[in-house]
Design a protein around this ligand. Sequence first.
Ligand SMILES: [Zn+2]
Ligand SMILES: [Zn+2]
Length: 160
Amino acid sequence: MRIKPLDPQLIDTARFAAKVRIGLGGCHIWTGARTPKGYGRFLVNGSHHMAHRVAYVLAGRTLGPDLVIDHLCRNTSCVNPDHLEAVTTQENTARGNAGINTRSRTHCPQGHAYTVDNTLVSCGRRHCRRCRANRRSEAARKARERYWAKRGRQAEGVTS
Ligand SMILES: [Zn+2]
Ligand SMILES: [Zn+2]
């Protein structure tokens, strides 16, 4: 796929902002025209561009012709620059060819799929909701154990 260059000077910022709605998980949902895969489309200087690429450039970041954008939130219609990560086409191809790398991109280290529902994005990083919930219940279990261990020691102290 050939990627057209994008000049930030030519982007109609107000028209772009009018097509964005804030959604769940901090996603900026594109409400304008979309491609069949769900990517937003936006007209800049008479030619169509991917809306998330426009958002990326509007955020002051530069996009070389060898860079493709990866959605950290897995939501293809999201145009939140914090949810977008630029990777080189070589890197993207390498990820696509090597099964293990692809898996690490689509699943968390524990093997949970990064679906739209299971993915939380903060500070430009992808987080797994299931792992976060597991960590929380593990922390709660340890706190309970500490509490009962303390109570146990206190009880022993009273009886002996
Ligand atoms: Zn998003
Ligand atoms: Zn996980």
